[in-house]
Ligand binder design. Structure first.
Ligand SMILES: Cc1cc2nc3c(=O)[nH]c(=O)nc-3n(C[C@H](O)[C@H](O)[C@H](O)COP(=O)(O)OP(=O)(O)OC[C@H]3O[C@@H](n4cnc5c(N)ncnc54)[C@H](O)[C@@H]3O)c2cc1C
Length: 336
């Protein structure tokens, strides 16, 4: 059994920064994440995109932000259980919580901070029966490493921001041939991206196949062949190296939804007037996973929530101790 002061569910940017804020108060943390690496959405969905609204960084790649957060929390030596989903929670006779993961790891602490973001990532997949056998080789639902598609002929499906952003990116970098298949001729992406994609289409940098969708996939030596069906039921075939159906991720709160927490619109309701506590004493929710009037799902806001939350957590861990806010410029960083 792993014992700690705060169990943090979710090693996204907010979970990671919580370790830092808790460390300043000498509270030890253990993080659990269903993904095999830390970074949450930044690492899983958009590692190579620049973020422009992190204070002090005019521009920083999402993956770089994760690296810097990992460096910043190093002195506080957090524990990590990665690649495992927090499945169940129970209250122990001594008042602590015990969380068990899908792989059977048990972690015990007086405080739980849920920083579960969108929840467990589940991409929306096209309904094609033999798709699984091509996954992570020819078919990808998330672009983690763009250089993988260098000089490749790729087909992207989708009409939202993710599909358009990556079509534009690959048309400008890496890929040798980019086709965009969309089931309609209306896009759900930002107007600016749609306009640029239409311009690229006129210039022949992106080939757009509208009012159509992929209805089948088969192996073709080292490549794949996609069956494309138009709205008028015309059938055609496309040979390519990779297919990226980018239909977005279904936000699923996952097992946490069954823990007796008050859920509103797929997020955990918290008290934002005080400390981001949930309806269960000792359990907090911070970052994208929570909701309250005026909530903004931004990294910046999650960082703020983490700083407030750990002050309250300190009182739970040490009910008889007083904590006085001290500036890091005065105390420096004393790790443990
Ligand atoms: C394309 C895109 C661009 C964005 N650009 C910006 C931007 O420019 N600026 C900005 O501020 N924000 C941006 N965001 C939003 C930002 O990424 C989120 O606000 C931020 O990631 C929230 O951090 P988090 O730590 O709360 O959650 P997440 O990053 O979602 O991390 C949550 C983690 O919890 C894990 N988890 C969930 N449930 C469990 C469980 N039961 N057990 C174990 N692990 C679990 C998940 O696997 C995940 O890794 C963008 C988002 C996207 C998708």
């Amino acid at each position: 059994m792993i014992k700690t002061d705060i169990i943090i569910i979710g090693a996204g940017p907010v979970g990671l920064f919580t370790v830092f804020e808790a460390g300043l108060l000498k509270l030890k943390c253990h993080l659990i994440d269903a993904l095999p690496q830390p970074g949450g959405q930044c690492a899983e969905i958009y590692p190579k995109k620049p973020i422009y609204d992190i204070p002090g960084y005019p521009s920083i790649l999402a993956s770089e932000l994760v690296d810097k957060l990992m460096k910043q929390i190093e002195p506080f030596n957090p524990g990590f259980t990665l690649g495992e989903t927090a499945q169940t929670i129970k209250k122990n006779s001594d008042g602590d919580f015990i969380i068990k993961t899908t792989q059977g790891t048990s972690i015990k602490a007086p405080v739980v901070a849920i920083a579960g973001g969108l929840g467990v990532f589940t991409p929306r997949k096209p309904n094609i029966s033999n798709l699984e056998s091509f996954e992570d080789d020819k078919v990808f639902y998330i672009v983690k490493e763009p250089s993988l598609f260098k000089d490749k002929e790729i087909v992207i499906s989708g009409g939202g921001d993710s599909a358009l952003d990556w079509a534009l990116f690959f048309a400008e970098n890496y890929a040798s041939d980019v086709k965009l298949i969309h089931r309609s001729d209306n896009f759900r992406a930002h107007n600016d991206s749609v306009q640029r994609a239409l311009d690229y289409s006129k210039q022949g940098k992106i080939k757009m196949i509208l009012n159509s969708q992929v209805s089948g996939i088969s192996k073709n030596e080292n490549k794949i062949t996609l069956d494309v069906q138009s709205k008028n039921n015309d059938l055609s075939k496309i040979n390519c190296d990779n297919w990226l159906p980018l239909f977005g991720l279904t936000p699923k709160i996952g097992p946490i939804g069954d823990w007796g927490l008050e859920i509103q619109k797929n997020a955990i309701k918290v008290d934002n007037a005080t400390d981001y506590s949930t309806n269960i004493d000792g359990i907090y929710a911070i970052g994208d996973v929570n909701t309250y009037p005026g909530k903004l799902k931004l990294i910046l806001c999650g960082f703020h929530e983490a700083a407030i939350m750990v002050q309250s957590a300190f009182k739970k861990v040490y009910p008889n101790k007083n904590n006085v806010l001290k500036y890091t410029t005065v105390t420096g960083i004393k790790g443990f």
